[in-house]
Design a protein around this ligand. Sequence first.
Ligand SMILES: [Zn+2]
Length: 165
Amino acid sequence: MKYFLLISGFFLIACNLKPDVQKAPLVVDFSEQDDSTKLHLSNEEWRKILPSDVYHITREKGTERAFTGEYWDFTKNGTYHCYSCDNILFSSKTKYKSGTGWPSFYDVVHSSSIKSLYDSGHGMVRTEVVCRKCDGHLGHVFNDGPKPTGLRYCINSAALIFKSE
Ligand SMILES: [Zn+2]
């Protein structure tokens, strides 16, 4: 497994050297595991397989700058998966324009795919959203979203990978 991850890491590094390459799916294929299968990788292992911006956001709870991510203004039909582990998280059907500069959704595909955690960092009390399968940080959820849920999942583009329908 470790050897495989290492090889995958080299592939990712090679891919990232090319400019103008569209965001590539993670080389490691976790898709056979369902969203209840926990992944237990150390940060050291994640660092080898994730691009540095994805690592920073998902493992160090970073936030990409507003209006800079790939998906904040993206309107194609399909599903959004966890970049780190391929867990299906959101659908274009519940994506909406929030005006915040981050991709925003008013619902998740399966409530079992994510986990909400209390977050009091940066002088704010917020609800953090993490992927239930890999525990990667995705963003936050707020209660100022549209009907029918009234929720706004404010997610970092870098934590997601889009798949067309
Ligand atoms: Zn994940």
